[in-house]
Design a protein around this ligand. Structure first.
Ligand SMILES: *Cc1c(COP(=O)(O)O)cnc(C)c1O
Length: 390
């Protein structure tokens, strides 16, 4: 039986960062925004954001979200408006800041927060809104015009861009120039994976200074604690891997894009779009973490996951359950979440990693198509497609 895991992250190999480790041995600086960390930040700012704004590293995106929300939230506000269709880190970060997540439904095409609905909620809640936290779903180049306007009008916006590092659109790297804060994850399973790590960006450097200070226990330059800080610093060892990953990223990205292209071709060849399968309508050049697709409305994504499992293919359903369906968030206020429910019932996350071949993708897509599932003949079905040796 062919075994295809959901993810097989492959981070840069140690030979690629050995050179940087030697520098740590020499500098004997191991953390606290050391030379490698600062070199990484400078390179990211230049190469990805064209030198516009500022960045600071964090030890992961969850801490980055906590710091960004805590530094920008309106005092007196109590709600953090966000989609339920996101990773639980988004509402958890708000709760750690003493806020109540308020879930807003999403749009059916790009699966991002519905901005018209958000407008209504903002009107209804008024001063009770502390912060708005949109999520750029699965790395799409979400248009930020509405959020830029909100932020300028005094409603702070923190963008959860956990899956968007490397996403480029008309304005270059996603988030470039945005006046609020934009938080990226470098977790091993993200497109720019370094193990654990993240980055907070803003077009407004003074916001980034605040996050950086809060991430170092809130110490002011004369070492007085002046804010509710914590420790979010990235060690020099992680910065070494991050620097090596910057070098390796363009190749990694094009390898993943090739696999994504094979998926699209196979979906077309199996006529799945005619049968009601739907892709997310993404914008910009995206390097996804996994392949997200909606099954036809009359099928159950969970059944397809089980079906694939029987063929040795590991699939998931991100983000189903959605956040409001987790016990921790069940009591959080929300709008009607009918689109979220609809998408969560159909979402299927398929394997994506660099060594997947076109034969693998043919086998996976064959496994999801109704036709092939009806002829679930095991060995014979596989042999017919010339895959018995895989
Ligand atoms: C991965 C992810 C996070 C958390 O990132 P970490 O770096 O693992 O803390 C937050 N939000 C979303 C949408 C994510 O996908």
């Amino acid at each position: 039986m062919m075994k295809i895991p959901f993810l097989r992250p492959s981070l840069v190999r140690k030979e690629k960062w050995a050179y940087y480790l030697t520098q740590i041995d020499e500098s004997r600086i191991y953390s606290n925004y050391g030379p490698l960390n600062n070199r990484f930040e400078r390179r990211v700012l230049q190469q990805h954001f064209g030198g516009q704004g500022a960045v600071t590293t964090v030890n992961n995106a969850t801490t980055g979200l906590m710091l960004a929300i805590s530094q920008s939230r309106r005092r007196g506000g109590k709600y953090a408006l966000m989609p339920s269709f996101t990773f639980p880190a988004t509402p958890l970060a708000a709760i750690w800041c003493g806020l109540i997540p308020y879930f807003v439904d999403i749009r059916p095409d790009d699966w991002c927060m519905d901005e018209e609905l958000l407008e209504q909620v903002l009107k209804k809640l008024g001063d009770q809104v502390a912060v708005v936290v949109p999520y750029a779903v699965f790395g799409t180049d979400l248009k930020l015009d509405t959020y830029r306007q909100l932020h300028r009008n005094g409603i702070p916006v923190v963008v959860d861009a956990a899956s968007s590092f490397g996403t480029t659109g008309e304005k270059g790297q996603f988030g470039c120039g945005f006046p609020g804060m934009v938080v990226f994850s470098f977790h091993a399973t993200k497109s720019f994976g370094i193990g654990e790590g993240g980055l907070v960006y803003s077009g407004n450097p003074s916001l980034v200074d605040e996050v950086r200070q809060a991430g170092n226990f809130g110490f002011s330059p004369d070492r007085e604690v002046t804010m509710q800080g914590l420790n979010s610093k990235m060690s020099e060892y992680v910065a070494a891997i991050a620097l090596a990953t910057l070098d390796a990223f363009p190749k990694k990205r094009s390898t993943i894009e090739r696999v994504v292209q094979w998926y699209k071709e196979q979906f077309q060849q199996h006529h799945l779009f005619h049968q009601g399968w739907r892709y997310q309508e993404t914008k910009g050049r995206v390097t996804p973490q996994f392949l997200s697709v909606l099954c036809p409305a009359d099928q159950s994504n969970q059944e397809i996951v089980n079906q694939l499992h029987g063929r040795g293919i590991e699939a998931r359903t991100y983000f189903s359950p959605s956040c409001h369906q987790h016990r921790q968030f069940q009591s959080c206020p929300r709008t009607a979440l009918s689109v979220t429910h609809h998408i969560a019932g159909r979402i299927l996350s398929l394997p994506l990693w660099e060594e997947l071949t076109v034969e693998h993708i043919r086998f996976i897509v064959g496994g999801v198509s109704t036709n092939d599932r009806r002829h679930h003949l095991g060995v014979r079905g596989a042999r017919e497609r010339g895959l018995s040796d895989l």
